[in-house]
Design a protein around this ligand. Structure first.
Ligand code: ZN
Length: 307
């Protein structure tokens, strides 16, 4: 396998957004930029670099426009940002992002608690964001990430019919892609296979990323289950940043290093260099010296003879 071979799976690194958002400490902008550069140097092609939300709600994300500006200096990098509403989308589009991701909750209870909107209201928000982007920057892609797709800590089980309905609704509203997120770490591989297959049957090539969490240790097997049914984009976070404070030792997001190792060991090309990926942990640790870093592969090292 050569460096020029196109990747067979896309690893979408979400540490700068999902990871930093769940850490109380705010990482200094300069540290974010150094970390971002190290992630790009490792070969990651898509980064979710922040979210456009009011700074008083999430001070960790107050400098997202500046991070976007810097990210755009890397040619060939897809720069993504999370936007919860039209207002955030407008700022993101003016900052020049390539891709917007909108969280839409499959759980009615989580939707009200998280964004104080019903699911139907969020579908309308997706439609409004798509209309705005068609006006301001038609080349920009819109992803609607369906959160709590596999279960919800507030309401418990989430109906699979609801997830499929929502996937169809956001695609009808104009989203280019709809991915499934295991926000609460409740998914299992059988469920992941079944639900991605149902979503693919409903929306075809609009099926987007698998965003799995490792809360109960099933992050990687859930990614593999999604791969087996045709998913080719995977969200993960370097060092599993965004670890759950209520479950010491358990990381939240799937660890990018372990995910890349799994695919590369299987002969599935990711375009990511593992040694450089390990090296990207140093600027992360410099920026957040008190934050634990997770990952089995960086701790064990690469197997003897690994090339
Ligand atoms: Zn996550």
């Amino acid at each position: 396998m050569t460096a020029t071979q196109p990747p067979e799976v896309l690893i979408s690194e979400v540490g700068l957004r999902d990871g930093l958002q769940s850490v109380k400490t705010t990482m200094a902008t300069a540290d974010k930029l150094a970390w971002l550069d190290a992630l790009v140097a490792a070969g990651l092609q898509e980064l979710e670099v922040g979210s456009f939300v009011p700074a008083h709600l999430l001070p960790q994300m107050a400098d997202t426009a500046e991070v976007v500006r810097h990210a755009l200096t890397h040619p060939d990098l897809t720069v993504m940002a999370l936007v919860p509403n039209v207002r955030g989308a407008e700022v993101a589009l003016r900052a020049g992002v390539h891709k917007l991701t909108i969280p839409v909750s499959a759980s009615a209870a989580h939707s009200m608690a998280n964004v104080r909107k019903t699911r139907e209201d969020m579908v309308a928000e997706v439609r409004a964001i798509v209309a705005l982007k068609n006006q301001l920057a038609p080349h920009v892609k819109v992803e609607a990430g369906i959160s709590t797709a596999f279960g919800c800590t507030l309401q418990g089980a989430v109906s699979e019919d609801d997830v499929v309905w929502l996937a169809e609704a956001v695609v009808q509203a104009g989203a280019d892609e709809t991915g499934l997120s295991d926000t609460t770490g409740m998914a299992n591989p059988a469920q992941v296979r079944r639900l991605f297959q149902r979503v693919r049957a409903a929306v075809g090539e609009h099926t987007g990323a698998a965003h799995m969490h490792n809360t109960r240790g099933l992050g990687l097997v859930n990614c593999l289950a999604a791969y087996d049914v045709g998913v080719r984009t995977f969200d993960s976070s370097l060092a599993g940043l965004g670890g759950c404070p209520y479950a010491p030792g358990a990381s939240g997001n799937v660890v990018t290093e372990d995910l890349v190792f799994m695919f590369e060991a299987m002969g599935i090309h990711t375009g990511v260099d593992l040694d450089r990926l390990f090296a990207a942990r140093a600027p992360l640790q410099r920026g957040l010296p008190h934050e634990p870093l997770y990952g089995m592969t960086p701790e064990a090292g690469l197997p003897k003879g690994w090339v």
